[in-house]
Design a binder for this molecule. Structure first.
Ligand SMILES: CC(=O)SCCNC(=O)CCNC(=O)[C@H](O)C(C)(C)COP(=O)(O)OP(=O)(O)OC[C@H]1O[C@@H](n2cnc3c(N)ncnc32)[C@H](O)[C@@H]1OP(=O)(O)O
Ligand SMILES: O=C([O-])CC(=O)C(=O)O
Length: 378
């Protein structure tokens, strides 16, 4: 009998030079560079170069890439209108899917080895415009196109909040963009790959990926994790909440557990450091960070023996909240960053390893039955 791998666990669908994960030892590298080093010493734009061109850029290459991004923030007025025509209470990722569908009908060009990387760079810039405007539409604000600047994170924050962000805010946003940029082939990237395997266009790949990212078991977990902290409300209520929700009702602890990491997610450690630093700016944020620390302690105490530890979504919400983003935007912020991983993987697949992805399902229904005409079916 054929082997079924539930959840495609341990199935390898491509080779990659993009991202290396050692799930037992909590190691994550992009193109051979440790994630800590990249966050410490590089910018999101440098990581874009690394992912798309295979190495960190020289100064000249970086400047060229920044110019390409700055020149691509513009999106057609019809797409802006589409975003703002949706009800304000619409789901933020749903709004991004709608915007990217509209973009795919305009920019859905054929794959071309000579232009795929430029297409990806334009798509990433436009994702910044879409994400900032999803926030602004939901907040009842006017449309804004991000302005050119020395930093993708700075342009994005300025457009989102229509104010000049501090350098600390830009650094934290930049770190979040790097941390979420890629993670090999999780559900969303796999959805993008399946789509690319039919030679559908790159924007459509992002629509498919967004749809998969939204779920609470994947990108939606950052919102769900933070909602736990909101529900707890006060640090001294944490133990009571944990006992009732997690131990008695056996709810999943959101922001904990991972298919590949069987130890602490290295990204969660870095997000935790930024959460600690940024949350010092407000009492509310500080309170949620304290609650997160207590939940983390109880979660590790309970689940470590099953190798279930905090994942990247556990502390990222405290960072985004401290930056001023509403909880409903957390998954969209993840998506903005992950447009890099999605496009880099589909390019790697289509250019070097392309084949239609078409698995099988093992049939277990009745082998053969005769149709009884409806009048005789009783
Ligand atoms: C960016 C990201 O996508 S990171 C992941 C974000 N998702 C979350 O934080 C949601 C919470 N976590 C989870 O649901 C899971 O850990 C997943 C889906 C991420 C990965 O889990 P999988 O590898 O598919 O494991 P699976 O769902 O089969 O669970 C295995 C066992 O661990 C338990 N488990 C896994 N995660 C958790 C959790 N967060 N809380 C409680 N129990 C958990 C399951 O109940 C199951 O227990 P059992 O064997 O006694 O039935
Ligand atoms: O790898 C996964 O399955 C999920 C994840 O952490 C990510 O996409 O960042």
């Amino acid at each position: 009998m054929s082997q079924i791998s539930r959840g495609l666990e341990n199935v390898f669908i491509k080779t990659t030079a993009l991202t290396y994960i050692d799930g037992d030892n909590g190691i994550l590298r992009y193109g051979g560079f440790d994630i800590d080093d990249l966050v410490e010493h590089t910018s999101f734009e440098e990581v874009i170069h690394l992912m798309l061109y295979g190495d960190l850029p020289t100064k000249v290459q970086l400047q060229r890439l920044k110019t390409s991004l700055n020149e691509a923030y513009e999106i057609p007025q019809q797409v802006i209108d589409t975003i703002y025509s949706l009800p304000r209470e619409s789901d933020a990722i749903g709004m991004m899917e709608t915007a990217f569908s509209a973009l795919s009908s305009i920019y859905g060009e054929m794959w071309n080895k000579n232009t795929n990387k430029e297409t990806a760079i334009k798509l990433i810039a436009k994702a910044s415009t879409v994400t900032a405007n999803v926030l602004r539409a939901k907040e009842g604000k006017k449309p804004v196109i991000p302005e050119s600047s020395d930093s993708f994170a700075r342009s994005f924050l300025s457009a989102s909040f229509a104010r000049t962000p501090t350098n600390d805010e830009v650094k934290a946003m930049d770190a979040a963009l790097i941390l979420y940029a890629d993670h090999e082939v999780p559900a969303s990237t796999t959805a993008a790959l399946v789509t690319s395997s039919t030679l559908s266009d790159m924007y459509s790949c992002v629509v498919a990926a967004l749809a998969a990212l939204k779920g609470p078991l994947h990108g939606g977990a950052a919102e769900e994790a933070f909602k736990q902290f909101l529900e707890i409300g006060e640090p001294e209520r944490t133990e009571e909440w944990f006992k009732k929700k997690i131990l008695e009702e056996k709810s999943r602890l959101m922001g904990f557990g991972h298919r590949v990491y069987k130890t602490y997610d290295p990204r969660a450690k870095i997000f935790k450091r930024y959460a600690q630093k940024l949350s010092e700016r407000s009492n509310e944020a500080r309170k949620y960070f304290e609650i997160a620390l207590k939940v983390e302690e109880l979660g590790i105490e309970k689940f470590a023996e099953k190798h279930i530890y905090p994942n990247t979504d556990f502390f990222s919400g405290v960072v985004f909240y401290s930056l001023g983003f509403p909880v409903y935007m957390f998954t969209s912020l993840f998506a903005l960053s992950r447009t890099l991983g999605w496009t880099a993987h589909v390019i790697e697949y289509v250019e070097d390893q392309h084949r239609l992805i078409r698995p099988r399902a093992l049939y277990i229904g009745p082998l053969k039955r005769e149709v009884i005409p409806i009048e005789l079916r009783g």
